[in-house]
Design a protein around this ligand. Structure first.
Ligand SMILES: *[C@@H]1O[C@H](CO)[C@@H](O)[C@H](O)[C@H]1NC(C)=O
Ligand SMILES: *[C@@H]1O[C@H](CO)[C@@H](O)[C@H](O)[C@H]1NC(C)=O
Ligand SMILES: *[C@@H]1O[C@H](CO)[C@@H](O)[C@H](O)[C@H]1NC(C)=O
Ligand SMILES: *[C@@H]1O[C@H](CO)[C@@H](O)[C@H](O)[C@H]1NC(C)=O
Ligand SMILES: *[C@@H]1O[C@H](CO)[C@@H](O)[C@H](O)[C@H]1NC(C)=O
Ligand SMILES: *[C@@H]1O[C@H](CO)[C@@H](O)[C@H](O)[C@H]1NC(C)=O
Length: 535
């Protein structure tokens, strides 16, 4: 009843907004976690790493239960900003390594540029990782009015340098404001630094214009290989019950991320902006359990990890919250990261539409009221590495192993902990976010929290049958088998062939990867030990 009433008000506001000229579009705040594992927040049922603020935001808003990204950082962020599949941009192969002279093509219009057209002030805080070999590829020239962050893949959490681990270049400082090297912060923990910058942007925002802000957190990505997992002492103390030291540190890093979300919601509330804001939170790809930049992340019970087309690589935790959107729901329809561009332009009431052909679908009606159009297809491919997957309706075809078979199983730990079990509800209800959102929503009740959490917990079918990607592609019914346990290929040859054909025809417009051989001219030693555009 209350939700319907809210929706009526929303429709009325929308109508009113279109009839008057002075309507204000909604502020849009996108918070991206880097390499966060599916299992490593607590709203999917685990009590190991409590994320009470993020969970409270999810329960007060909408959990995007089937949110899909690309398998790695650069392709994912390219899709976010353009509304296109990475393989329609030439950005599908691996990531941009800092000495490679290429970037997100300049002829494509980016999300902040669309929002600028709608009168927004635009900020990027944190990671870029879409190319910086020439100045015009850097975010300051790509639609952001204000940029504070790093150009490459990651930095040290305390000194903000990147040391490429398999090259002989110097260590380089990678933190800029707009185009200038910035030394405002001295050994402030990166998660706190980016949070503080976000709060500053919110507090200093002139509310005559709407705000568009992307916060691309470093957390919980690993730092440099000489010191990969970095957390604050006070956060480490919260996890005496986690034995594995690396996992304990990861938990502390995620706890700091959760606190960041609480502080940002608080800043939006204090400034009176929350009422008219939309907040999106998600991870850019699955967590790395093993191999490069492994953090002990777990995507349990999803299969495999980052840099794979298994569910563990591309299905990530995601939510959307706004006082103007439904509360306490879980949308089980597919949502691809490229859908955020058209969907947010509509949800934020901008009157701007994307005119170019994109892959993203405007799913605002699905978000608001579970109404079509729905997405029924998701294509994932890295044709250079030789792996990909194709989802159509309830079926998913998985092709090619990215790890020569070594990470194709269920590799994430399901270590849980009973330590926080009895305190979970209290933890959520007492969180900063839950306390603040009582001003905007009906207060959460324990039964509701338990029901949503139960629905957000992925249950495997338990019937495991053979799939070996080294022998050929496999086929799954991911609606009933979200853990990709039962290979349907042997028993459904016709369906399998049809899916294989659809997969190949979905790749007809593939743009060859723009990847370039390394250029040692980038060496930070040439630029006073900073990472800088070198061409
Ligand atoms: C960054 O650039 C914007 C203009 O786009 C300007 O308003 C702002 O003052 C700049 N900030 C710094 C610290 O240079
Ligand atoms: C780095 O230097 C060492 C020693 O000179 C050399 O063996 C190695 O091949 C170099 N690595 C790269 C990536 O250039
Ligand atoms: C899971 O728990 C076991 C037993 O406490 C421990 O030995 C193991 O290291 C844990 N795994 C992780 C990834 O924390
Ligand atoms: C499919 O997988 C094979 C390896 O089994 C690989 O050679 C090929 O490139 C892959 N193709 C696509 C489009 O994923
Ligand atoms: C949880 O799942 C049940 C059974 O499918 C459904 O009836 C209920 O509406 C769901 N609740 C939420 C909040 O999604
Ligand atoms: C080089 O970096 C140092 C240390 O940050 C700084 O003091 C110096 O001014 C920089 N030199 C130039 C030419 O930018």
């Amino acid at each position: 009843m209350f939700k319907q009433f809210k929706f009526l008000i929303f429709l009325t506001t929308l109508k009113f907004a279109y009839l008057t000229d002075d309507h204000q579009s909604k502020n849009v705040i996108i918070i991206v976690a880097d390499d966060l594992g599916f299992h490593d927040l607590s709203f999917r049922g685990s009590n190991e790493i409590p994320s009470y603020n993020i969970d409270a935001l999810a329960y007060n808003g909408i959990i995007l239960d089937r949110f899909y990204t690309a398998p790695m950082c650069t392709p994912s962020r390219a899709a976010l900003l353009t509304g296109k599949y990475p393989h329609h941009l030439g950005m599908q192969n691996y990531v941009i390594v800092s000495d490679e002279p290429y970037g997100l093509p300049l002829d494509v219009k980016l999300m902040p540029e669309f929002f600028k057209d709608a009168g927004y002030v635009t900020h990027l805080i944190g990671k870029w990782h879409l190319g910086f070999f020439k100045e015009e590829y850097t975010p300051f020239h790509r639609g952001f009015d204000h940029v504070f962050g790093y150009l490459g893949p990651y930095i040290d959490y305390w000194d903000y340098t990147l040391q490429m681990f398999n090259r002989n270049y110097s260590r380089g400082y990678d933190l800029r404001r707009n185009l200038t090297v910035d030394k405002t912060y001295d050994r402030v923990y990166a998660t706190d630094m980016f949070t503080q910058e976000t709060i500053n942007a919110i507090e200093n925002h002139n509310q005559e214009k709407p705000l568009f802000l992307i916060l691309n957190h470093l957390a919980p990505h690993a730092g440099n290989v000489d010191f990969p997992l970095q957390a604050k002492e006070e956060d480490l103390k919260k996890f005496p019950y986690i034995e594995n030291e690396e996992r304990k540190t990861l938990a502390a890093m995620i706890s700091s991320l959760d606190e960041s979300v609480g502080r940002i919601i608080d800043a939006l509330h204090r400034t009176g902006m929350l009422e008219n804001s939309i907040i999106v939170f998600f991870s850019d790809n699955g967590g790395p359990t093993t191999f490069q930049h492994a953090t002990t992340a777990s995507n349990y019970p999803l299969r495999s990890q980052k840099e794979s087309a298994w569910e563990g690589g591309i299905r990530t935790d995601a939510l959307i919250y706004s006082p103007s959107l439904p509360s306490g729901v879980l949308r089980t329809q597919y949502f691809h990261i490229s859908d955020l561009l058209p969907t947010l332009l509509t949800l934020a009431e901008t009157n701007i539409k994307v005119k170019d052909k994109i892959d993203g679908i405007d799913l605002s009606r699905m978000i608001m009221n579970d109404m079509p159009p729905y997405r029924d297809e998701i294509v994932t491919v890295d044709d250079v590495s030789g792996y990909g997957s194709y989802i159509y309706s309830i079926f998913k075809l998985v092709n090619g192993s990215s790890s020569n078979g070594r990470a194709d199983g269920w590799i994430g730990s399901n270590n849980n902990s009973d330590v926080n079990k009895d305190d979970y509800i209290t933890g959520v209800l007492n969180s900063d976010v839950a306390q603040i959102l009582k001003n905007y929503e009906n207060p959460l009740i324990p039964e509701e929290i338990l029901e949503i959490r139960e629905n957000a917990t992925v249950k495997c079918s338990g019937i495991i049958s053979d799939c070996d990607l080294l022998r050929g592609p496999c086929l799954f019914d991911i609606s009933r088998d979200p853990c990709e346990e039962k290979n349907l290929e042997p028993t459904n040859p016709l369906l399998f062939d049809a899916m294989l054909k659809l997969y190949h025809s979905s790749l007809k417009k593939l743009v060859p990867s723009h990847k370039k051989p390394l250029d040692p001219q980038c060496d930070p030693a040439n630029f006073n030990f900073t990472w800088k555009w070198w061409e």
